[in-house]
Design a protein around this ligand. Structure first.
Ligand SMILES: Nc1ncnc2c1ncn2[C@@H]1O[C@H](COP(=O)(O)OP(=O)(O)O)[C@@H](O)[C@H]1O
Ligand SMILES: CSC[C@H]1O[C@H](OP(=O)(O)O)[C@H](O)[C@@H]1O
Length: 389
């Protein structure tokens, strides 16, 4: 039977599952700071061994019981972690155990690392972050695509990772609500004029509709589905991706776009002179992604993989998508339901300035996505500092 865990029940579960030795002295703390789930850290105080038990609640934690949400997301998460581990074991936590009924995933404790968002806010640069995320996205994308795996097998994976309820959250919160006067939106009253201008922007809405349609229909690759900097643990040497409960088969540029957007939001929260490491991460992620994907391409059994231009077309589409999806994520994290600490923790005047900038940047990323190279993203940040630029 499903029941939500408490700190004591999490200890009892760890004991029942035999996850620690018989003489273990266990402590438990609920450390979840995300929008949706409970996360318990269980430590054996005698040895310092530890594990994480993550449990889905039957509703969205950030809103409460009025927003019911499928427990199946826990199964999607553990299956996605295991699938990613088969391609990039060094970039995901080890899964020790999962249970569909209890909606739990028991996994490796990564507390020796920092959540990348918090580290970036504190001014850390995580020098290997982009190299690692570029490789993570390239390998998981290639090996789950029609170019990197048996195409009949891929259709089974598409079924396995059909994730309608979590995708609906993204369809609403990322692609729809922020572009209309919707009651899930949440922004400072001082931004109302800027936001109303966005709601009346027909060009922006038409282009966003195209991006939403791609998200709804294009089953390219198995995506993480929510690859923001709060879903990444990092240090100077290591990077681990967590929290793939939004995983599904979608457009190849989506994960890259989410990641770029969250780096850009951090950049906007900084003084101009401190932004360079973020731009360098965006450009390096793209470089590593394209290089790694092109190397893997040689392994493809698809006859058209040897047709001149096909790889270029896929990479070209991935960039246009990534830039457009980044624009949607920048806008929704500024005025939608789920914000980012990077902007929200700024004092009011700086926050309003950064958020107005984010709205202009997000718009231009969406509208100009077809004509931008990766190094134009940085230029666009500079061009959108002031109104009418
Ligand atoms: N494997 C892990 N090791 C250590 N801490 C973790 C681990 N997974 C999650 N956490 C902690 O729990 C928090 C919320 O986890 P997350 O998976 O993002 O939950 P949600 O799905 O609710 O967003 C993370 O920010 C991190 O502090
Ligand atoms: C009501 S869900 C809002 C938001 O939360 C998810 O993020 P996370 O679970 O990492 O906190 C996802 O980005 C959703 O759009």
């Amino acid at each position: 039977m499903y029941e939500p865990l408490t700190e004591q029940k999490a200890i009892a579960l760890a004991v029942r599952l035999g996850l620690f030795g018989e003489d273990a002295l266990l402590s438990s703390e609920e450390i979840g700071d995300g929008n949706l789930n409970l996360v318990f850290r269980i430590v054996n105080e005698r040895t310092n061994d530890s594990i994480i038990i993550k449990q889905a609640l039957p509703y969205a934690k950030v809103v409460g019981e009025s927003w019911p949400l499928t427990l199946k997301r826990a199964t999607i998460e553990s299956q996605a972690l295991r699938t990613f581990a088969s391609y990039v074991p060094h970039y995901v936590p080890k899964v020790y155990y999962s249970d569909e009924t209890l909606a739990i995933t028991v996994m490796e404790d990564l507390s020796h690392l920092h959540i990348a968002r918090r580290g970036l806010i504190e001014g850390k640069t995580f020098p290997r972050l982009s190299e690692h995320i570029g490789e993570f996205v390239a390998k998981t994308a290639f090996y789950t695509s029609d170019f990197g795996m048996n195409q009949q097998q891929k259709k089974k994976l598409v079924q396995q990772f059909t994730n309608p309820e979590l995708c609906k959250i993204t369809e609403d919160l990322v692609f729809t609500d922020p572009f209309f006067d919707h009651d899930t939106n949440n922004f400072e009253t001082e931004l109302r004029a800027d936001v109303e201008q966005l709601w009346q922007d027909d060009v922006l809405q038409r282009e966003t509709a195209k991006l939403k349609r791609l998200f709804l229909t294009k089953a390219d690759v198995l995506l993480h589905g929510d690859l923001h900097t709060g879903s990444i643990f990092a240090s100077d040497e290591e990077t681990k991706v967590i929290d793939p409960e939004f995983a599904f088969y979608g457009p190849i540029g989506f994960d890259l776009g989410q990641f770029f957007a969250n780096l850009l939001l951090n950049a906007l929260s900084r003084h101009e002179r401190d932004r360079e490491p973020l731009f360098a991460h965006i450009e390096n992620t793209w470089d590593v992604f394209t290089r790694t994907f092109a190397e893997l391409w040689r392994e493809s059994n698809e006859p058209y993989a040897r047709t001149s231009g096909v790889l270029d077309d896929i990479i070209g589409d991935a960039l246009v998508e990534a830039i457009g999806f980044a624009g949607c994520e920048v806008i929704r994290r500024t005025i939608g339901l789920a914000h980012v600490a990077d902007l929200d923790e700024l004092p009011l005047e700086r926050r309003l300035h950064a958020k107005r900038h984010a709205l202009r940047l997000g718009r231009e990323l969406i509208v100009q996505r077809n004509k931008l190279a990766i190094d134009d993203v940085k230029k666009l940040v500079q061009q959108t500092v002031h109104v009418n630029s």
